[in-house]
Design a protein around this ligand. Sequence first.
Ligand code: NAD
Ligand code: NA
Length: 396
Amino acid sequence: MIITPRVRGFICLTSHPKGCEQNVVNQINYVKSKGTVEGPKNVLVIGASTGFGLASRITSAFASNAATIGVYFEKPSAEGKPGSPGWYNTAAFEKQAHEAGLYAKSINGDAFSDEIKQKTLDLIKADLGQIDLVIYSLASPRRVHPKTGVVHNSVLKPIGQTFSNKTVDFHTGNVSEVSITPASEEDIENTVAVMGGEDWAMWMEALKAADLLAPGATTVAYSYIGPALTEAVYRKGTIGRAKDHLEATAFTITDSLKDLNGKAYVSVNKALVTQASSAIPVIPLYISLLYKVMKAKGIHEGTIEQIQRLFQERLYTGGEVAVDEKGRIRIDDWEMREDVQAEVATLWEQATTETLPQIGDLNGYKTDFFKLFGFEVAGVDYEQDVNEVVEVPGLV
Ligand code: NAD
Ligand code: NA
């Protein structure tokens, strides 16, 4: 079929298999161009199909020759119905990995459930024995708690008082004022239940109890901090509470891995266009200004550049892992540079519907958004009839 984007707000209902494949190939080529990393051998990536998780899987495989198992929740493709981007991304990744002689298998299902955890443990036991790196990169609006059956929905709200600031509809370029009412105590608890560290700890406990963690095993989850501009809705809002919990969980996991000499880290990453971040109010305006400033300074990075740097310059340097005063790895260092933030803050004041096309990188934002779904990818012929039904070769 000929597949075109069908956008509804901040999501696109269709995705393009060839575009997704090309995105993955481009990421693989980037990683290879940076040389090998003396890194992990057997890697489990939870949230492996898009964004930072996909980049982590690609880097593990193509910088360190690692065997990878990916867990994700994606819509399979069917006759007349394109799959979700993560489905096509995984198909492309596994095809490339297998061609390169690398082990790569995946499990599609709810990572929060006991069933998918057990299925993953069984696969590791049967195929790999032990894992030396676990990447935890889930971004989900919802979690069914495996023990209580309660459905938790996360929200993106400020805490304490109504937050008003500028935002942009990145499709139209319209800059407007948005007001977000504060979260209830229940909203906060639900958001922490979905995006906090409880599930990460459950994965690590289950892996350890089944003796599937290699000595010295490392686990990494991803967090975000960001500037004062977005603080009320991000770091000091409901999602920030979840990130506080995630960051605290790194310490409890490290304690639980003492006898293995294992270690849990949180890496604070840069703000980027992903399916998760385009849903957060205010963030798209911030990102379009940030992209403009960082591109002008030659320090812009996407998910693959971020994760390649995480592996090569933080996790696998052969020495100590550099962390901040709270024990976190920082690869948001270029985003948070004083000169970058000062310029973004100035542009923020100037941003209106009229000025944004000049002062912001709205086009860069939009292109990145469409690219997430395999559209607007250079070298792909969108007029061509493509087979929308694609198999994921390593799907278990
Ligand atoms: P993403 O939406 O691209 O990826 C989410 C992944 O989780 C996908 O692989 C998806 O299939 C999987 N997933 C979601 N629900 C699942 C479920 N129930 N079971 C199994 N898999 C499920 O998101 P992302 O932006 O790469 O986010 C990953 C992490 O990085 C999050 O913790 C996020 O907060 C963090 N982070 C994001 C940014 C940013 O700007 N995007 C910045 C810093 C940190
Ligand atoms: Na991810």
